[in-house]
Design a binder for this molecule. Sequence first.
Ligand code: ADP
Length: 625
Amino acid sequence: MQEGVVQYLAQVLRGLSGGAEPVRLLSDTLAGAVAAASGRHGIIVGMMDGALSVVAATGTTPRLVMETAQASITEGRLTRGRDQATGSGAIAAPVRVGQRIVGAIAVGGDPLRLDGAPLPLFADAAGLALARRPSAGQCSVEEFSESLVHVATDLDQATVMTRIFEAAGRLFGALGGFCVVPAAEGWRVAHYQGITAANLRAAAQHPDFRAFVASANLRVEPPNHPVVAGLATGTETAVSVPLVAAGRRHGFLVLLLCESPSPAAQSALRAFADHAAMTLRSSELAQRLRDHEQRLAAVVHSSPNPVVLLDDRGQFVLVNGAAAELFHLPEAFAVGQPVAGRLGHEALERLVAEEGEGQLEVALGTPPDRLYLAVTRRMRAGGGRDLGRILVLQDVTKERETDKLKNDFVSVIGHELRTPLTVVKGYVKMLARRGVGIDEASLDSVVTALSTNTARLERLIEDLLFVSAIESRRPTLDLQPVDIGQVLDEFGEGRVVVKRPRRPIAVQLDRQKLDQILHHLLDNALKYTDGEIVINVVDGDEDLEIQVDDSGPGIYSGDLPNLFERFRQLDGSSTRVHGGTGLGLYICRRLVELQGGRIWCESRLGVGSRFAFTLPKDGPVPART
Ligand code: ADP
């Protein structure tokens, strides 16, 4: 062996036995390796979390040297490399701690001069130096607290775990380990480092695994403990320490150390574990907080009502999709912006700026065509601290419309009832006054007037009762075979003309309900025109179409879509020329649909209207159950 090689090795060994700084040891080892291998430069690389990092180097390192180091780790033996372009060469040997490859030592230089023989010796020396990373007894208080601070600088659980192991490596020379945390059924491994998954799985099968890992106090086991031997390579001591914070066990930390920890190192390990547990607890709480926030945001965002959350300074915190659309706010960009001037509605902005809670009905949209009930509520923290306010808008357009319809309906009904009643009352008074002395001609007209008006009252009340009944239950049908021509002929009197084929047309229908439909349509037609009204019959293959044509004022096309709705009166004014409740066409539609048909209106202003409906000739198709 060359004398230089011996000298370098002797220096490294002296350093190792004299407790020299690992960094110093590594650079001495490397210098020795470069000289002994007749190289120009070199590196020592270590495996950290599966990635290579340079732990010692002589100046800059050519790529070839790094690649050769990598190759020797992968192949697990002395490896040579050569760069054809530059003509330079490299040689590398894996560095082992026990049986485990933890890095490589590589030297670069002239390929003809590079001597690989001494390199394994220096690789072993580097292994010894790496295994002698600082233990807790050697690190300073500053280093200890700095490492703890580093662990706690992130609240993401995965990052915290990685940092715990980084710090354990720095402070205690831990070569690897794992962490178990509570799971639904017992415990699960949350993180492992420097151990293969296969080794960990195999060790977990051992009957002593549980007792070793989940021990109540810090526990140290030697390399020959069956679980430790299964995890490591036979040269490492394992330490298990519970992670306890705020009286709750958050898991266990198991570290593989190069040497058995001294009592001082054990105390440091306990303090380290306490700190790690606190950080894990914080990360757990932070995660719960993030989840909570996410859930809250999901609730707000899924609301079809516009919702805006403001902080105590009146700035947007959250704007859901419906609100963003209504106020033309870019959802994400609005956050943090002041609300003033952004809602486009002065009264609404005043409402959210006010101290107390309140509500307001506002017309919004472009053009402002929808009515919203805007409600603001204060949000307070447990101790009463102001957290801002929430603004929720509820679209009440339909409700207000229905309210108006109902109010109009009540006044119309009152009017409709009063008219015939006044007539009846007048005639009754007259009869009482004149008594038996009334002449026959007057009596006749009195009786006619009384019967017409009481019939009108009766029909009105029947209509009201019918509508209320139809809303609560489906009326039954009493189908019977009829000749439609004959039925319609009964309506052909006065101004009503029936035009129908002379042959019989057999249909299955509810006679009483057909009468009700025709009465309503003819009543309307007679009311709106002084001219002739024509009933037509169109005999189709399956359906029969009945048309009622008048030459009245006609209906504006914009009113046609709502004509068959409840309480719809096109002339809603109190000075309506024609009476009516707005129920007739609604009743017609329900009765036609009940029998499986449909109803519609075709109309031209100033020309007249056609109300037509179909009925299936064989009766309605029975509904499937
Ligand atoms: P009403 O009892 O008020 O007549 P309807 O439901 O029968 O209620 O009719 C609703 C509205 O449709 C009426 O108020 C009227 O404005 C319009 N209408 C119905 N039939 C005719 C018609 N033949 N010609 C013109 N307008 C009609």
